[in-house]
Design a protein around this ligand. Structure first.
Ligand code: ATP
Ligand code: MG
Length: 581
């Protein structure tokens, strides 16, 4: 039942299709009772010696005509029903992806990529099967069995029918018990499949690291364990699946025994004719399929429900953050960014990554954020992206607390180059134009120029249309960074955030890019984190972080005078640079 409830939106939308399919299936069931009846009557005519040539021809032609009609009708309901099952798969996959795009990092920490892929493939498939094959089997069972039983009663003998159907309730009970077992085992099997997906993904994406540390065998063994688990779990499912068919055959066999035994007795007692006994046995045979169908239905439904539950669990997980009831719309510009005593702890961490952060940045200014690795630089920048909930009234954009601002609007202000750059396996042009697909050639060329990437493009085999491979495997580290920078520059955002985005380019290229950015973005706000201090020496304000706290702050000159971590680091880097020259 939960399956129907979870997917009622779909059944509501497609009820007319289902009605047509069910109507045709019922029609097929009804018409299928005619041939056995005709065969029985013909046998009785043969027995009494009153069968005429004309009658025989008529019967044969009717049988052929009926077969053709049934063929056509079956075609209609099959295509209608299985068309729906393909459609629901498509809709569910779309729904899942749309949901995933709205989720925040917390969701992806709870649900691994492999699990999500298993959802989008295996689980959606199981649901589609239930919505198609499952519906077919249940209609077959209900309509098929009803029609056949009704025909047995009206055309033959109700006592014979009752006797032959005595074993049926046992079948129902057994199926119920088996069904429950299958469901729990199927959930296990799907979970194991998700784990295997995770492992395969990691092995493939990390293949270079694995090879360079000569861990192939180790990884293969680990993968072997995972696949063994998948096999074992699926084996358990199949054991119970396999019990279904023999069980049905057994019960059908008992039915036939009773049918023939008691039926012969009735013929001898002249209660029914021989022809009726033959028809009855054909009808009994026609009950096998509905019974098998019922078994299959339980089977498919259990899997479908298990999958619908899993999918629903993922779909009902809300993003960790929402817009407030009536968010405040800011204008086109961000006049200032201000943090007041902001402290932040990651949901999974047990100590804060930012402590008592205070700063204020006016529109047009540049903020530099430096400090040792792990000191909280990226975390500070991510606060503006609103990926995690923060305490209210700690972070202000244009004097408005950030939690009051519509999330989408906040995002529209930001051009962000994350520390771990992410490229899609598309062309360079598509990668750059990601945030502005309708950008003109001039705009793209300008962004590329600003990112100092023009010369690199000239060397690519197909220029801008070169496909970069999965996550940009075709490009060097520095090239990837500059594609990511061009992407952020193209949208010409109010706030540009460069998170250690120039770490893989040489000092000269870095200063050229930063110079371009400064010229082009005069009047707008820029935030830069870096390990190379020369990248922020021009900034209006520099924060030095350590263990999440600001330990020094000021302009470059002030920090040099202060003579702390910044000056020490600066002197060392200058010395290294001059040694390199
Ligand atoms: P780097 O210079 O290496 O980029 P960083 O200054 O950018 O370092 P952050 O990435 O901000 O450092 O990390 C600050 C602290 O927060 C670290 O101790 C890190 O372990 C922790 N941290 C970062 N991301 C998460 C997360 N998603 N969940 C829990 N803790 C995290
Ligand atoms: Mg960082």
């Amino acid at each position: 039942m939960s399956f129907v409830i979870r997917l009622q939106w779909f059944f509501k939308q497609r009820w007319s299709q289902y009605a047509i399919a069910i109507l045709f299936m019922a029609g097929v069931s009804l018409l299928s009772t005619l041939p056995p009846k005709m065969i029985g009557s013909t046998i009785d005519l043969i027995r009494t010696g009153s069968l005429t040539q004309e009658q025989l021809t008529k019967t044969v032609l009717t049988l052929v005509g009926l077969s053709l009609l049934l063929y056509g009708m079956t075609y209609v309901w099959l295509t209608t029903l299985f068309g729906n099952s393909a459609l629901i798969e498509r809709l569910l996959r779309g729904k899942l992806l749309a949901h995933l795009t709205k989720m925040t990092p917390g969701f992806f920490q709870r649900n691994s990529t492999g699990q999500l892929m298993a959802l989008a493939t295996n689980d959606v498939l199981a649901i589609g099967q239930t919505a198609g094959y499952g519906v077919m089997t249940i209609v077959n069972t209900v309509v098929g069995a009803t029609v056949v039983i009704a025909t047995m009663v009206t055309l033959i003998d109700y006592r014979l029918m009752l006797a032959a159907l005595i074993p049926l309730p046992f079948l129902a009970i057994a199926i119920n018990i088996l069904g429950k077992k299958i469901r729990t085992r199927f959930i296990d099997a799907q979970a194991a499949f998700g784990k295997m997906n995770d492992h395969a993904l990691e092995s493939i994406s990390g293949i270079r690291v694995i090879r360079s540390y000569v861990q192939e065998d180790h990884d293969l063994n680990a993968f072997d364990q995972v696949t063994t688990e998948v096999r074992d779990k699926n084996k358990k499912v199949s054991v119970f699946n396999a019990l279904f068919q023999p069980l049905i055959s057994l019960i059908v066999g008992i039915s036939f025994t009773i049918g023939i035994g008691y039926g012969s007795y009735l013929v001898l007692a002249k209660e029914i004719t021989l022809g009726q006994l033959v028809s009855f046995n054909i009808y009994l045979g026609m009950l096998i399929w509905p019974m098998i169908s019922f078994g299959e239905f339980i089977n498919v439904l259990q899997r479908g429900s298990a999958s619908a539950d899993r999918l629903d669990t993922a779909l009902t997980q809300q993003a960790d953050l929402h817009d407030v009831e009536s968010p405040i719309e800011l204008g086109q510009h961000v006049s200032s960014i201000e943090m007041k005593n902001l402290t932040f702890t990651y949901p999974t961490a047990n100590q804060p990554s930012l402590v008592d952060i205070n700063f204020r940045l006016e529109r047009g200014q540049t903020l530099g954020i430096v400090g040792r690795t792990g000191s909280g630089k990226s975390t500070l920048m991510k606060q503006l992206l609103r990926q995690y909930a923060i305490e209210p009234s700690k972070l202000f954009i244009s004097e408005v607390p950030i939690e009051q601002i519509r999330i989408e609007q906040m995002k529209s202000f930001i051009g962000y180059v994350p520390q771990e750059h992410m490229l899609l396996s598309k062309s360079i042009r598509e990668n750059i134009a990601l945030g502005k697909p309708d950008a003109t050639e001039e705009e793209i060329a300008k962004a590329i120029e600003m990112a100092s990437f023009t010369q690199d493009i000239a060397q690519m085999p197909e220029g801008l249309d070169t496909i970069v491979g999965e996550n940009g495997v075709m490009l060097s580290g520095g090239q990837k960074q500059r594609v990511a920078i061009a992407r952020a520059l193209l949208i010409d955002a109010e706030m540009l955030m460069l998170d250690d985005s120039l770490s893989a380019v040489d000092a000269r290229t870095e200063s050229r890019i930063l110079h371009q950015v400064r010229m082009e973005r005069a009047g707008r706000t820029t935030l830069i984190t870096t390990h190379r201090l020369s990248a922020v020496s021009h900034a209006n304000w520099i924060l030095v972080l350590d263990e999440g706290r600001i330990i020094e702050e000021g302009t470059h000159d002030e920090l040099m005078l202060f003579g702390g971590w910044y000056k020490e680091q600066w002197d060392r880097q200058q010395m290294e640079a001059s040694l390199e020259e």
